[in-house]
Design a protein around this ligand. Structure first.
Ligand code: HEC
Ligand code: HEC
Length: 319
């Protein structure tokens, strides 16, 4: 006779209920994260249209291959060295980066209708540049930082994008792993874009124009500040350096971005005269594995580099 029978059964039922209470919600959550991670968003943004005025297109081309460095991420994957040397390669994409949230792929942004941005409307492109919400209405990882471009420069870049020769090159979309899907489902959300820089800013070697180049185009602060490699959160003083970059193969070659503050002990700019800084920026990369977009930056005009120097020299020394 099995005396303990009914007892055993009761425990089985209790265990089954407990597992149901715990496992069912977890399963539903996993299913939700896996299939619904990409929500659709919309945010207000200004409507701007491309122009076919050659002077406007030329300005856009200068920005895309220079201070705004689009080529650094969207350049033709087969021309890595040419990009590093600052050459004007087609923006046909194909590079990818493995990060802990998945494989980020850099798309083809030439006007090809099938594989590039030929089918995107002006509104879709400008909304993406201002808010990070892509043409499918989805918000991804914040790789691009051009929300504060002046309207004039955003139109110039858009007009140049339209004027490029189309190149057929299919690039698969970014592939998020489970952690990436979890982050997109619950933690990464678009925000109302910060105000754009004014159109009235004169393009001269001034503090304000240098700040515009550094903040709205060159992302100098994004790399030259100590930040968390997991969340991107700022941990140190702006421009005081300290962000770590891993070498893809050899950890002893890892890099740390230097300080750009006007501090003669640690700062990389303070020790240089304006002329020496221009020379350094135009000389391009010394280390082939440097993550700094030396190629595009080396194409900047002397006036633009001087503006950066004046701006960086105006910052408060490290405290
Ligand atoms: C640091 C790398 C990086 C730089 C620099 C960069 N991009 Fe991107 N760009 C990306 C990534 C990653 C995506 C894919 C984003 C996604 O699908 O959510 C992307 C996507 C795009 C798209 C497609 C949006 C869509 O709706 O599919 C356009 C257009 C674009 N970038 C334009 C530019 C322009 C113009 C510049 C220069 C002013 C630029 N990018 C500079 C990384 C970069
Ligand atoms: C993607 C990250 C990244 C961006 C964006 C970036 N830098 Fe850097 N920068 C680095 C790293 C890493 C180094 C150290 C390795 C090297 O010198 O190449 C560096 C080095 C430097 C140096 C020292 C060069 C030397 O020879 O000692 C200067 C000056 C500099 N950056 C200025 C700037 C300015 C100005 C901007 C914006 C217009 C900028 N950087 C944007 C990552 C970046």
């Amino acid at each position: 006779m099995r005396k303990s029978g009914p007892h055993k059964n009761r425990w089985k039922i209790i265990l089954a209920l407990i597992s149901l209470v715990i496992i069912l919600p977890i399963t539903l959550l996993v299913i939700d994260i896996t299939f619904n991670f990409q929500h659709s968003f919309d945010l207000p943004f200004e409507k701007l249209a491309a122009s076919n005025n050659p002077a406007i297109i030329a300005r856009g081309e200068y920005l895309a291959y220079g201070p705004a460095r689009c080529a650094d991420c969207h350049g033709d994957v087969n021309q890595r060295d040419a990009i590093g040397a600052g050459e004007k390669v087609a923006l046909s994409g194909g590079f990818f980066e493995e990060i802990f949230l998945g494989t980020v792929r850099f798309p083809n942004i030439t006007p090809d209708k099938e594989t590039g941005i030929g089918r995107l409307s002006d509104d879709q492109v400008t909304r993406f540049m201002r808010t990070g919400i892509n043409h499918r209405g989805e918000f991804g990882l914040p790789f691009m930082n051009y929300q504060r471009l002046s309207d004039t420069d955003l139109v110039a870049i858009l007009s140049f994008l339209r004027a490029q020769t189309p190149v057929k090159n299919r690039v698969e979309p970014t592939d998020y792993n489970f952690l990436g899907k979890l982050a997109l489902a619950y933690f990464i959300k678009p925000e109302i874009p910060p105000p754009a820089f004014p159109d009235s800013l004169p393009r001269t070697a001034s503090t304000e124009y240098g700040r515009y180049l550094a903040e709205a185009m060159g992302s100098c602060r994004e790399c030259h500040t100590h930040r968390s490699l997991k969340t991107g959160a700022y941990l140190g003083e702006f421009y005081a350096g300290g962000m770590q970059f891993e070498h893809p193969k050899e950890p002893e070659l890892n890099l740390v971005s230097p300080s750009l503050l006007p501090d003669s002990i640690t700062g990389k700019v303070a020790g240089l005269t304006k002329e020496e800084f221009v020379e350094r920026m135009q000389a391009g990369q010394f280390l082939s594995w440097s993550p700094m977009p030396w190629g595009p930056f080396s194409r900047m005009t002397k006036e633009d580099i001087e503006a950066l120097y004046i701006y960086l020299s105006s910052l408060k020394p490290a405290g």
